[in-house]
Design a protein around this ligand. Sequence first.
Ligand SMILES: Cc1ncc(COP(=O)(O)O)c(C=O)c1O
Length: 382
Amino acid sequence: MDERFLLMIPGPTFTEQSVLLSLARVTRSHVSREFEDVLRESLDALKKILNTDGEVIVMPGSGTSAMEFSIANFVDQGSKVLNLISGYFGEYFVQATKARGGVPVEVRCRPGLGFRGKGIRELVEREGAKVLTVQHVETSTGVANYIKEIGEEIKNTETIYVVDAVASLGGMEINMREWGIDVVFTGSQKALAVPPGLAIIGLSKRAVELIEEKKRELFFFDGRRWLAMMRNVRNYFSTMPVNMIYALNESLKRVLSEGLENRYLRHKVVAEAIRGGLEALGLNIVADKEFRSDTVTAVWLPENVKFQDLSNEMMRRNIVIAGGLGELTGKIFRIGHMGVVNPNDAISTIAALERSLSKLGYPVKLGSGVEASQQIFNKYNL
Ligand SMILES: Cc1ncc(COP(=O)(O)O)c(C=O)c1O
């Protein structure tokens, strides 16, 4: 495969040239004023995207380390954590909770379903949950949970609301302030379209206060040390990945210059067009209609089509797709449509899928999926 391929996976996503080139700038000292300015600009941009009056921490890592940070700083030994699990990454929260001495209260739904707000407050109160965790987008199924509704349900309770936005932040709206989210996190390599390597954590004012009040037995993940360094880089604790912050800063500038509303609309329309194309080909989408995300779509593999064969055929056509995770391995394929994805990417993907499936013996009327996608883009004048 040459370099001209489309990365239609749910992360890492395509990185634009200006973002890549910013990695190549001369590395400044991690305690210099020059670096501090870039970091400050990035944190301010992230606060805008997250709609928070609180603070943001950026550290080397990924979605998983951001998740562990979020649990480690808010879960006490023996305290109950309500884990709303809609798939593979929901289970990560259970493991992180256990690893940090919390007691998970596990609520699962079948693949394709997600969680809405109704009943969540009763559940939290009945269980005495100190923390609630949920994915915004569950990447393994393409499900979007109703994090706004859940937040509104548990507002004004003492329960700390932790949202995994690894597969949504930068592609779908998040309003920490209005939705009562205390902690939200992502990795750089998803809808923010930066190479892998950064963990990004947004904190509400309450979450910041809780971190500051309580001395925990933490070292690398000690939120107090990170907050101090974010406020002033000369509060050195651990060397920041300076060039990655340059790249993040460049990407965030691009996000804000596109405009958040435009960006979210682009994701919504591309998602709709991809799903329209898939359904026109007679394929079945894993997520129920009510729960479909704007950033990733999981699709049941047709009978007699193996993921590896489909993936190879797509690769031959320069398009990378993802397979299933956990219990869905070998049963589904996934298309990521986040970051800088555009209508041409969507149409190329559907077109390549038509030829790939056809090659594998699945009956396809060539052009039918593309036509459906085109109609949707046309409806939005794109
Ligand atoms: C929803 C969700 N949570 C957590 C993770 C783990 O993130 P990472 O692979 O960056 O550690 C992922 C990765 O795809 C994810 O999609």
